[in-house]
Design a binder for this molecule. Sequence first.
Ligand code: T4K
Length: 391
Amino acid sequence: MKSIRTPQDLAINGATPAFEEPLHVGRPNIGSRDLFFKYTEEIFDRRWLSNNGPVVQAFERRIADHHDVKHCIAMCNGTIALEIAIRSLGLEGEVIIPSYTFIATAHALHWQAITPVFADINPATHSLDPEAVRSMITPNTTGIIGVHLWGRPAPIKALQTIADEHDLKLMFDAAHAFGCSYKGRMIGGFGACEVLSFHATKFFNTFEGGAILTNNDELAETMRLMRNFGFSGMDKVIHPGTNGKMSEIAAAMGMVNLDAIDNVVEVNQRNYQVYHEMLSGLPGISLLNYQEAESNNYQYVVMEVSDGSPVSRDLIIKALHAENILARKYFWPGCHNMKPYSELYPQADLMLLNTMKVADRVIVLPTGTTIDVEAVRTITQVIRALLVIKQ
Ligand code: T4K
């Protein structure tokens, strides 16, 4: 790793890249290998690999307790969990979501012949703007899916008020919000249900995986049936369903990683603070902050490049990539500019001005347990050097 101090040391100017190996956003955090192999031996000995096995059941209990919620229904990934949540709530017609989210939020609706209707966001928080949500309600609207983007809570209270006023179902895509809180209460128990993702790239992973959290007994029962083809017992199907089950090996990874999460939060928070310190004072550069009074996972370091920056967002990305720092433009260009939505709503940009503004500004920087303080310093030096050249 070389230390970058001057513009001439930048790889876009022909110098050797700062890092020999690529630094990724979303490098998995992995707990004790020994414990994982112990679980694996036990799973092999039991010859029980899937279908609501003992590790999945123990994992569900721990996840529910961690989020202070009654039920956790573990699934094979977050997208299937979204689809099952949407179906179990009986959503149909139109459902309001942000366009500024990962494409799975929209696809989980479209896949089930439900129309995602994109509402604009608040540029300060990157979350749904409640007034924009209100303006998109039609007689066909049946629900709202709020997204706790970057692990920062959506405007839960305001969305619940709108849902109650219009008799709409409210659920949350909490894919980023593992272990986060809202006004001191853990994410997981808000709305009718909340959906977590345990994908490899997430703060907490089970290789692939996800879960629905809910306090509603009846809903939980329906979701469990839907997850397993509608089986209520041997040879007895009482509900339509799909295969959304989590495997034992995925749950084992979850058990191991649950033991490690305090350390992951500590590392993420430390990296976030160093980024914050090192990037402060740069023209047009800011970091999205986390509310310190809440529980956060600091999973994403979200840098915004505004008009005040002498260098464009895309040039910064190019310079970072040249250094083997694979920063990402999440969630550019917004779901509404991806197929099939770009064809369904060719004029949507006009309604989504803040979404467009934010999507054009964001750079997500690498963090997590594979990124140390020295790497963070080097990454910020690249950004500093670049801005100095162009100033
Ligand atoms: N809702 C929201 C708001 C979401 O963000 C997501 C997922 C979902 C719903 C759906 O949940 P899942 O069905 O996925 O459980 C990645 C993830 O695949 C996706 O899970 C995640 N959001 C999204 C934000 O990020 P891509 O398209 O960026 O993946 P990819 O292959 O480019 O990988 C990202 C980076 O991670 C790369 O730099 C490589 C690195 N990586 C990846 C994997 C899989 C590793 O270093 N190791 C790995 O094992 O979507």
